[in-house]
Design a protein around this ligand. Structure first.
Ligand SMILES: Cc1cc2nc3c(=O)[nH]c(=O)nc-3n(C[C@H](O)[C@H](O)[C@H](O)COP(=O)(O)O)c2cc1C
Length: 350
């Protein structure tokens, strides 16, 4: 049904226009408590076998929504009621910014992929904090992903991230330092250990100073050389970070300028996960994202050592009930393998 709606209707409209319409509809849903509760009862993961815990946070299911959809923390609650086990909001920058000129989001329907060069369009950390304060006490796990304001030079990057962290860490179930989006000039250079060390050290200080220390993760690019993946992993362990999110979009493609996501990213994303697992074992929580399309992909990531899995493009092509469907199938998969819970599957064939 959704495939029909997508191929006959949605794909005829500009991808970003559909995106904004969807966010607005979900934001409206957030204000309709009865409908939201009904959806939550029908679609959210309720099977205890799906529960996972990571860095002291309890997730109702392992599959969450990756950063970039709910950039301004406008509809996290509604997204959770559609079946996501967590929602990563952002990327949020210290200062509001418009992002790149449109068009900046493109569908590659045959490849089940997207290319985007959004450029962190968002209303800034103060506005996001105001919205997040309203979701306090609501049962949805919210990760907050922060990035650098475009006009801030590299020399001011640490202060810029710290400003966002101060505003947002107290409101986040976990905080993510994003140094891997391809659409802010110079951002990915921050993955070099010499720049990453002072950045993560400073943000960690802020995250640790919240009333309940906020778990801190770093999100990396799939285009890092293997040795650089290892170097970031070593640094994350050394600094006492809680985890790594791998991966962001890739710039290794021949299409429109921007980051490629979806099916073509699957292989490299899995490869980076396996490499990280081999390097850090269970000293860090690994969150796998990139090309996840169905329950087989989620299962594969869990077996390869991911505690949490995220998707974005798979959801766009899979339809509104994508996460709910996968969680249901995952419940059955766990039982079929004679396991008591998803947790028992994690890292079985690292
Ligand atoms: C339109 C779009 C916008 C995105 N924006 C962000 C972002 O702001 N911050 C971020 O860390 N990742 C962003 N991403 C990357 C996703 O979070 C994810 O890492 C990537 O798309 C790979 O997952 P997928 O193949 O399931 O889409 C964006 C992806 C898309 C498609």
């Amino acid at each position: 049904m959704y495939r029909l709606v997508f191929t006959q209707v949605l794909r005829r409209f500009d991808a970003e226009a559909v995106h904004h319409l969807t966010v607005s509809a979900l934001a409206l849903l957030t204000r309709l408590p009865v409908l939201k509760r009904l959806l939550h009862r029908a679609l959210a993961p309720h099977d205890p076998a799906l529960r996972v815990s990571a860095f002291g946070v309890h997730f109702p299911g392992p599959l969450g929504l990756a950063a970039g959809f709910d950039k301004d923390a406008a509809c996290a609650e509604a997204l959770a009621s559609l079946g996501f086990g967590h929602v990563e909001v952002g990327t949020i920058t210290a200062h509001a910014q418009p992002g790149n000129p449109r068009p900046r989001l493109f569908r590659l329907v045959r490849e089940h992929a997207l290319i985007n060069r959004m450029g962190f369009n968002n209303a800034g950390a103060v506005a996001a904090a105001r919205r997040l304060r309203r979701t306090r006490g609501v049962p949805v796990v919210i990760g907050v992903n922060i990035g650098k304001t475009k006009v801030v030079p590299e020399s001011g990057a640490v202060a810029d991230y710290v400003a966002s962290a101060k505003e947002l860490a107290p409101l986040a179930d976990y905080l993510v330092v994003n140094v891997s989006s391809p659409n802010t000039p110079g951002l990915r250079d921050l993955q070099a250990v010499s720049l990453l060390r002072p950045l993560l050290t400073a943000v960690k200080q802020v995250a640790d100073a919240t009333p309940r220390p906020t778990p801190l993760l770093v999100k990396i690019a799939p285009d890092l050389a293997d040795e650089d993946v290892d170097a970031v992993a070593d640094l994350a362990v050394e600094l006492g970070l809680d985890g790594i999110i791998a991966t962001n979009t890739t710039i290794r493609h021949g299409g429109e300028t921007g980051g490629l996501s979806g099916r073509p990213l699957k292989g490299r994303s899995l490869e980076v996960l396996r490499r990280l697992r081999a390097k850090v074992g269970d000293r860090l929580t690994l969150v796998s994202v990139g090309g996840v399309e169905d329950v087989d992909d989620v299962w594969e990531r869990l077996l390869a050592g991911a505690t949490l899995v995220q998707g974005y493009t798979g959801w766009i092509y899979g339809g509104p009930f994508w996460a709910s469907r996968i969680h249901r199938q995952l419940s059955r998969r766990v039982r079929r393998h004679g396991l008591k819970s998803v947790t028992e599957a994690i890292g079985r064939t690292a």
